[in-house]
Design a protein around this ligand. Structure first.
Ligand SMILES: CC(C)(COP(=O)(O)OP(=O)(O)OC[C@H]1O[C@@H](n2cnc3c(N)ncnc32)[C@H](O)[C@@H]1OP(=O)(O)O)[C@@H](O)C(=O)NCCC(=O)NCCS
Length: 243
């Protein structure tokens, strides 16, 4: 996956440790020249080349690999309205763009949903460790929702991740966000925790286990109910006596 970028030192993988510490990928060189962008974390950890598997087509929508710049332009235009930032103003600490944030973001995977010439939505994700992938943020503009776009996208996204040896996909979302909860639950994600943060408030942690033994271990140890999802016939916790 090669992206064009202006300026900067030689390719990062060929740098020594002292050179890496000095590396300033976002500073413009005085005489701009075209260089290859460094591979993202998914590629470096798992050799996962999204460019080789995309695009994906869901009816009229086409999902493509995208760039930090394009996805950030979409977030600037749409996120305040979509996520109601104005109504939450003052309740949560803002997270302004800093150099560190920009560098972190540049490690993520970016996808866009296109319908004709329109950008109908975006998705950002990244590894959180060597076996876990995090669904960082996603949104579809209102006029393209409820057509099964996100459902089919998440379904498709899991395949290359599983193929690369990833064991779980994780996501955080507000308990008030009924549509995404519906999508995640329908895709076999289960609630594995909650967090409270000064940045986002109360969030539910959802996990999709890509290995049956991991899912089984979670359900056996942390749930006291038989599995109640469609298509599941297995009953766990039969050793527990319920009053
Ligand atoms: C969440 C989001 C990405 C889903 O995208 P989408 O392409 O519309 O998703 P799908 O069409 O695949 O599925 C939507 C599901 O939510 C359901 N839904 C939609 N609005 C709902 C509501 N108000 N209450 C309950 N369920 C709702 C739909 O019925 C559908 O479920 P079904 O297929 O079982 O009927 C989209 O709603 C969105 O962009 N929301 C704002 C941004 C956001 O919340 N991002 C996630 C942050 S964690």
């Amino acid at each position: 996956m090669v992206r064009a970028a202006w300026g900067g030192p030689p390719h990062r993988e060929s740098m020594t440790q002292p050179e890496l510490l000095q590396h300033r990928p976002f500073e413009r060189a005085s005489r701009p020249r075209l260089v290859e962008a460094p591979p993202r974390l998914s590629m470096r950890l798992w050799n996962l080349d999204w460019g080789a598997t995309l695009p994906w087509h869901f009816d009229a929508a086409r999902v493509e690999s995208s760039s930090h710049d394009e996805v950030m332009a979409f977030t600037r235009e749409h996120y305040a309205a979509i996520f109601g930032h104005a109504s939450a103003e003052g309740r949560f600490l803002p997270s302004p763009m800093t150099e560190a944030k920009r560098r972190f973001l540049s490690e993520m995977d970016f996808f866009v949903f296109r319908v004709g010439r329109e950008t109908a939505g975006v998705f950002m994700g990244h590894p959180t460790d060597w076996t876990s992938y995090y669904l960082r943020s996603t949104a579809i503009v209102p006029q393209h929702r409820e057509r099964g776009l996100m459902t089919r996208f998440f379904e498709r996204l899991a395949e290359p991740l599983r193929g690369a040896g990833v064991e779980r996909i994780e996501a955080d979302c507000s308990p008030a966000n009924a549509p995404i909860i519906r999508v995640l639950s329908g895709q076999g994600y289960v609630v594995t925790g909650t967090t409270n943060s000064e940045r986002w408030g109360l969030l539910l942690r959802y996990t999709k286990f890509l290995r049956d033994d991991a899912r089984g271990a979670f359900l056996r140890q942390y749930t006291a109910m038989p599995i109640a999802q469609r298509g599941e016939t297995e009953t766990l916790n039969t050793d527990r006596s319920r009053p």
